[in-house]
Write a protein that binds this ligand. Structure first.
Ligand code: ADP
Ligand code: MG
Length: 274
């Protein structure tokens, strides 16, 4: 499926994994204080797949996401984005990076820029002209449900709305892959449920692959095509769970036996960690 306007076009029948991780290991520090944070991660993430990384605090979820995002180089192992190595001779590959969008837990909006300018910032940095930036920012505000707030300051929006703006910014350069680190962790339960529904819709409309980190089992099962449970430190790939529930999912799916069975299996496994 070709995605119109994508930074890097995806051709029909393209079966190259969006993300391929081989032999990933991450150590922090040196000598006596050395910490093995992550080891033995070999993973392929498919085109259009929604993968959720789940695991206890400190198991290396953020580390793994930062490695995929090219924000840090692993101690060993390789990352390929759509067949291209993310790092070559110590340098980041710009073409591979162009496929990625990132959203973190805090919306991290610049307070001195309007919502529109915050969303448009990655486009500005990659040389997109002013008129096109404005057009695209408006289109994205529509997509994430904050149309009409383009000229507002971040402080004028609620936490949920700022997080929507952060998702819009993550999508602004038409990434094929969206990486999200506990994007709804700071929101109240009701807003979070609503954002889960919205994220599912945005993902279905945009056709991108998503890797989302959470420590909520319910959020993981609700959103994922596939859940990867990581073990406590050092983080290893512990359990994969396919979630074959029909899309689009609504809140009531959480009351079904199928949903609860997957949730229970993951909880049981997580309980063995503590
Ligand atoms: P999670 O996101 O699952 O909570 P992290 O990836 O943040 O886990 O951290 C995994 C482990 O690595 C933790 O023990 C953490 O203290 C350690 N760690 C993370 N980043 C650093 C760093 N920059 N320097 C040293 N230790 C780190
Ligand atoms: Mg984390």
């Amino acid at each position: 499926m070709a995605k119109a306007g994508a930074a890097v076009a995806v051709e029909a029948g393209d079966t190259i994994p969006r993300i391929k991780l081989e032999g990933i290991e991450q150590r922090y520090g040196a000598g006596q204080s050395e910490v093995l944070a992550l080891t033995g991660v070999d993973l392929e993430i498919g085109h259009g797949e929604f993968l959720v990384l789940l695991g206890p605090s400190g198991c290396g979820k953020t580390t793994l996401l930062r490695i995929i995002a090219g924000l840090q180089t692993p101690t060993s192992g390789t990352v390929s984005i759509h067949g291209r190595p993310l790092w070559e001779k110590g340098r980041r590959n710009d073409k591979a990076m162009a496929e990625l969008g990132v959203v973190f837990q805090d919306a991290n909006m610049f307070p001195w820029l309007t919502i529109e300018d915050n969303i448009a910032l990655p486009m500005k940095l990659s040389g997109v002209g002013k008129a096109e930036r404005r057009r695209r920012a408006n289109e994205l505000c529509e997509l994430v449900g904050i149309h009409g707030f383009e000229k507002r300051w971040p402080r004028e929006l609620s936490g949920g709305m700022r997080q929507r703006a952060a998702i819009a910014r993550g999508l602004s350069c038409n990434p094929n892959i969206l990486l999200m680190d506990e994007p709804f962790g700071a929101l109240d339960a009701m807003t979070r449920d609503q954002m889960n529904l919205e994220l599912q819709r945005i993902w279905m409309e945009s056709g991108c692959s998503i890797v989302l980190v959470t420590h909520s089992i319910r959020e993981a099962v609700f959103l994922a095509d596939r859940v990867l449970l990581l073990s406590p430190r050092p983080g290893r790939m512990d359990t994969f769970k396919d979630v074959e529930l029909e899309r689009p999912r609504d809140t009531y799916v959480q009351t079904t036996a199928a949903f609860q069975s997957i949730e229970r299996q993951l909880r049981k496994r997580l309980d063995t960690f503590s």
